[in-house]
Design a protein around this ligand. Structure first.
Ligand SMILES: [Fe+2]
Length: 427
C-alpha cells in the first residue's frame, strides 16, 4: 500500500516549507517514525473531538462532540447522581471545514483537515438546579464526562479558571490533574481566552482536544474570546463558534452571562469594542444595572467578570487604563467580587478597590515577564505576581469567594478571598 509522507523542514517554518512526496513503506521506514498523511483518519466510532459541555441552565445541559465519519445521530447515556443511566437522543449537523491546518513544528500532531465533519449535540433536559450527572457517548463508552446544572442561590459553587492554554508546548497537560481534587469538584471551567494556538505551530484543534479532555470532562467549558481565537480566517467561525457558542446564555455568542449559586458570571469579549456606545457596552451597562438593582436581594451574592486582555497588568502586555476607568466603578456598583483576566502569560493579583483583579494567563502558553512594567502606577497594588504556570481553583464559602492559584507541581502559589455581598440564601 502506498501512502503520502510529509517531511517537516528543520528550519524556521511556514506552511509552504513542507514537502509531500509519495513513498513506499520501505522508503518510509527510513524515517523514524513515518508521518502518514493519507487524509483524515477516522478509526473506531469516529469520535475525534470531545465530549464537552457547552452550556448549562438550571434544568438542562448541552453535551457536544465531533465525529469524522457518518451522519447518523448518536446519543448519550446520562446518570444523574446515583440514579441509573438513561438514554438521551442526540442530533447531528454536517459541517464542511474549508481549510486544512497542521502544526509545522510538531509534524506528528494530527491535522485539522478540510472537508466534512459532524458536530453532535445531546441536550439533557428535565433536570433540577444543582443536579450533577455523568455521561458516556453512544458508540464509545470511554468518551465520558460530567456536569452540574446551575445552582440555586441557596447553594455553594466551585469552579476552575484557566487562561492561555497552549498544550503543544507541553505545559498545559501537567496542570490539568490539579484542576480537581478529592475535595474540590468544580461545576464548570471558565477559560480566559487564547484557547488554542495555531500560531505556536505546535498544535491544531485535533491535537488540542485529547490533551484538554481531562478539563473538558470535568464540567461545563465556558470560554471568553481571546486574540488567538482569530488566528486565521476560519478559526473563529468554523471552530470556536461551532464548539462553544449557541449555548443559550443571556447575551450573545461573544459576550454573555449566567448565574449559579446566586453569583453572576459575566463573560466579555475584549476583541470587540467595549465603549458605552458599542453593542457590547450597551449590553454590559444593562446587565450591570440589573445586578446593581438586586444588591439588596438575598438571591444575589455578587458577580465574577472574565475577559481576555487585562485592563491592568504589570507584565509584558498592554494594559487598558481607559476601560479600567470606564467599567470599574460600574463593576463596584453592581457588586462584582472579582475580575479574572488572561493574555499576559503569567500570574498577577491586584488588590484594586478592595477586590482582587487577577491575571490568570499561565495555562500553558510560554511564560513571559510578569514584571516588565512595574512602573505602571497601579503596580503598587499588586500583591502577588510570578512566572507561574497555573490553574485557579475557586469556591464560594459563605460571604466570600476563596481562590487558590495552583502551579504545575500542585503547589498553591497564592490563596486569597474575594468579598461576596452575602452568603447563600436561607432555605
Ligand atoms: Fe492573548
Amino acid at each position: 500500500m502506498r501512502s503520502t509522507v510529509c517531511l517537516a523542514a528543520l528550519v524556521p517554518l511556514t506552511w509552504g516549507l513542507f514537502s509531500c512526496t509519495k513513498t513506499t513503506p520501505e522508503a518510509s521506514a527510513e524515517v523514524d517514525p513515518p508521518i502518514v498523511d493519507a487524509g483524515p483518519p477516522c478509526p473506531g466510532a469516529g469520535i475525534q473531538k470531545g465530549p464537552w459541555v457547552a452550556g448549562v441552565t438550571r434544568t438542562s445541559a448541552i453535551v457536544r462532540w465531533e465525529t469524522c465519519g457518518g451522519a447518523r445521530a448518536l446519543g448519550i447515556k446520562v446518570a444523574v447522581g446515583a440514579s441509573a443511566a438513561v438514554a438521551v437522543a442526540g442530533t447531528v449537523a454536517e459541517f464542511t471545514l474549508t481549510e486544512s491546518f497542521e502544526a509545522p513544528l510538531a509534524p506528528k500532531a494530527p491535522k485539522d483537515y478540510a472537508g466534512p465533519v459532524w458536530t453532535h449535540e445531546a441536550v439533557v433536559t428535565g433536570l433540577n438546579a444543582g443536579n450533577c450527572a455523568t455521561y458516556t457517548l453512544d458508540g464509545d463508552a470511554s468518551k465520558l464526562g460530567a456536569f452540574c446544572t446551575l445552582r440555586a442561590a441557596t447553594d455553594e459553587i466551585s469552579f476552575v479558571a484557566i487562561g492561555d492554554t497552549n498544550p503543544g508546548l507541553l505545559r498545559t497537560g501537567p496542570l490539568l490533574p490539579f484542576a480537581a481534587t478529592a475535595t474540590f469538584k468544580p461545576d464548570f471551567v471558565v477559560h480566559l481566552g487564547d484557547i488554542q494556538y495555531y500560531d505556536s505551530r505546535l498544535e491544531t484543534w485535533a491535537s488540542w482536544f485529547p490533551v484538554m479532555q481531562p478539563l473538558l470532562s470535568l464540567g461545563g467549558f465556558f470560554p471568553v474570546l481571546g486574540n488567538h481565537e482569530f488566528e486565521n480566517s476560519t478559526d473563529f467561525s468554523e471552530y470556536f463558534m461551532r464548539y462553544f457558542a449557541k449555548t443559550g446564555f443571556s447575551g450573545t455568542d461573544r459576550w454573555h452571562s449566567f448565574e449559579s449559586a446566586g453569583i453572576s458570571f459575566i463573560i466579555l469579549d475584549t476583541e470587540s469594542p467595549m465603549d458605552d456606545a458599542s453593542e457590547q457596552g450597551l449590553w454590559l451597562n444593562a446587565t450591570l444595572a440589573e445586578l446593581g438593582a438586586r444588591k439588596a436581594s438575598d438571591d444575589y451574592r455578587g458577580a465574577v467578570v472574565g475577559f481576555h486582555k487585562p485592563f491592568l497588568t504589570c507584565g509584558d502586555t498592554y494594559d487598558n487604563p481607559g476601560l479600567l476607568a470606564l467599567w470599574e466603578p460600574r463593576f463596584v456598583a453592581a457588586g462584582v467580587a472579582s475580575v479574572l483576566m488572561g493574555h499576559m502569560h503569567g500570574y498577577e493579583r491586584f488588590d484594586h478597590g478592595g477586590r482582587p483583579w487577577v491575571v490568570t494567563g499561565g495555562g500553558g502558553g510560554a511564560i513571559r515577564d510578569p514584571s516588565q512594567n512595574m512602573t505602571r502606577a497601579y503596580c503598587t497594588e499588586r500583591t502577588k505576581g510570578g512566572a507561574y504556570y497555573h490553574v485557579m481553583r475557586i469556591r464560594s464559602e459563605g460571604t466570600k469567594l476563596h481562590m487558590d492559584a495552583v502551579d504545575d507541581t500542585g503547589a498553591v502559589v497564592d490563596a486569597f478571598d474575594a468579598p461576596l455581598l452575602r452568603g447563600p440564601k436561607s432555605l
